[in-house]
Design a protein around this ligand. Sequence first.
Ligand code: SF4
Length: 351
Amino acid sequence: MEPGELTERVKSLALAVGFDLVGVAAAEATPETEALRDWVAAGYAGEMDYLVRRVEERVDPRRVLEGARSVLAVGLCYDPGEPPATAGDSVGRVARYAGGEDYHDVVGDRLQALAAGIEALLERPVASRCYVDTGPVQERVFAARGGLGWIGKNTCLIHPTLGSYVFLGVLLSELPLIPDAPEPDHCGSCRACLDACPTDAFVDAYVLDARRCISYTTIEQRGEIPEALREGQGELVFGCDICQEVCPWNTRRGRPLPPDPLGLRERLRPRAEWVRPALRWILALDEEAWRAATRRSPLRRARYRGLLRNALVAAGNSGDAVLRPWVERHAEGEDSLLAEHARWALERLPG
Ligand code: SF4
């Protein structure tokens, strides 16, 4: 099959297995992938040692798969919308992507189906690797080069009509697929995301210091959350969407999401308990209840102790005296990390 027809057939397969977006980039090092070296050297990766360890693979995908020629980038929209306002209990908030089934499973499973579909199409084994946030490939960079959108000043990939609430995956392979044209940058003079970040995590437009980002401090960071960043965390207990929520490419709603015949968005839809989780519910979870509440969920990544730590910060920020007994329990507990965050919260709760 000649490359033009092969590319079209493979893209059709990607849409048939449930992806909303698909594009192709050449498997090669680019100025954007090479920028990772400086970013890591500046220390912006914080404790994410896995980024530091495999930088050279992240710079050039041919180091991941010898003989790789193309990167097929795919996208799946997931935006469940603004969580509803609540009255009564003080509640926390989790990032919009995190309340449903783990996207690694949903997107990863579809990528495997795509890889199998390609082999069936060509009637031969195809050397390939699939990644969704799980391997040494910079998905965003290849998605942008493959025309799925541009990387905004908030460092997210933004599609011109579907916005940035999109899971990305890549299929790196030996196939000589024809690259797409990249989408131009449409950020213009806007800087809404840079100004809205409550922890000043952007060193500059397009440059994030992960160590100050709430998505990093509440998920990746294992120890204490720096005091200077706690107030900015507000009610967030896992991740953050603020730089996406203010982006005009997300707020211009009204556009329909693509059809979802396989029910993938349904699987990603936040479970009721995580839409606006009551802080006292989180603070009262024991490890077994936490395990049940986070089964097959991306929330697991913060671990039990991390989620409680985050909820203690949110409790302190709530100013809700009703939470005192739930916070006091941790202030008097044996876990010194939780006890310190609980004492911090108690100083902010009246009574
Ligand atoms: Fe770009 Fe503005 Fe969106 Fe930031 S908020 S990513 S500057 S369009």
